[in-house]
Design a protein around this ligand. Structure first.
Ligand SMILES: [Fe+2]
Length: 306
């Protein structure tokens, strides 16, 4: 089954209010309304942003072109609290189905010498049904690395052609998904334009990973980002992120070609691994006891025969 069909199944079993399916693909970039987050969520995010700033200011998280937090789990509470407000909103207004969080990235943009990778116009080339939500942890203006997406003449984001659709259609993107020349032509001849996401602390945007986008370089200041990636699922998880199904840096950014491997699949897999570990521990304990008894018997035998 490919991602689109699985997404349709997820929409079918979703009983709440649903947006039109066509709008999901025709309007793939959604800026989250200004003042969307409640005071409670903002307090959690404020606490998170202070801690993240402190961590990056010490300079201990350098990962190549970006500074990224490898282990975000100490911050699971504020991220989950943010998801509790954000994800139901995306389910009802964007997807029309249940979601779970498969990735969390927290990073700080580094100053760069030459524009490459995410600084060039590109699409990520995971299936279209994979959405990322970026939340700025500090105020972002035109000088401190705003996220930018390509918009059509109606100011809507634009999807690039995805070459990863499901288990039987899983090819790498031409030119590794970089689209510099194509975008130049679209801006020149098709009335398209780049839209920079600029705003106060906690400005947020949800976008299909295949909408054409780029990061702008840092000219002055810094930019810390919380990036949450979601996937459709038939049944709602009791918690949005879990060590069983949410990963970060260190695990490939490509999703599994099989869309049916949702949070329940990883939950079962993790429980089975846990059961195996428990069973092996019991066996090991029994074996140790047996060795103890045998050692004791050998000792007794020699003691008797001295
Ligand atoms: Fe990207």
């Amino acid at each position: 089954m490919d991602y689109k069909n699985y997404f349709l199944n997820c929409r079918e079993s979703y009983k709440n209010k649903k947006p039109y399916l066509s709008s999901f693909y025709e309007n793939p970039v959604r800026v989250i309304p200004h003042n969307f987050f409640t005071k409670e969520t903002k307090d959690y995010l404020l606490d998170l942003s202070k801690n993240i700033k402190r961590e990056f200011d010490t300079g201990k998280h350098k990962l190549g072109n970006i500074s990224g937090i490898k282990n975000f789990w100490p911050y699971a509470l504020p991220i989950n609290k943010t998801c509790e407000q954000l994800i139901p909103y995306l389910e009802e207004t964007f997807y029309g189905c249940n979601l779970f969080v498969d990735k969390v990235y927290i990073y700080r943009t580094q100053k760069i010498e030459i524009k490459k990778d995410s600084y060039l116009w590109h699409h990520d080339n995971n299936p279209n049904e994979i959405i990322k939500i970026i939340i700025y942890l500090n105020e972002v203006n035109q000088f401190n690395s705003p996220f930018e997406y390509l918009a059509d003449e109606n100011n809507r984001g634009m999807l690039a052609k995805c070459t990863r659709l499901g288990p039987n259609n899983w090819e790498p993107a031409p030119n590794d998904g970089r689209l510099e020349d194509e975008v130049k032509n679209l801006i020149k001849y098709k009335n398209c334009s780049g839209k920079k996401l600029i705003g106060k602390q906690f400005t947020a945007c949800a976008f299909s990973n295949n909408s054409i986008h780029r990061v702008n370089p840092i000219i002055k200041g810094y930019r810390d980002v919380l990036n949450i990636r979601v996937k459709p699922t038939i049944s709602k998880p009791s918690i949005y992120l879990s060590k069983k199904w949410t990963s970060s840096f260190g695990v490939s950014g490509a999703v599994d070609p099989d869309p049916e491997k949702d949070w329940q699949y990883y939950n079962k897999k993790s429980n089975l691994r846990l059961l195996k570990e428990i069973y092996l521990n019991i066996l090991l304990k029994k074996l140790k006891n047996k060795i103890k008894i045998i050692k004791g018997n050998i000792f007794k035998y020699f003691f008797k025969n001295i």
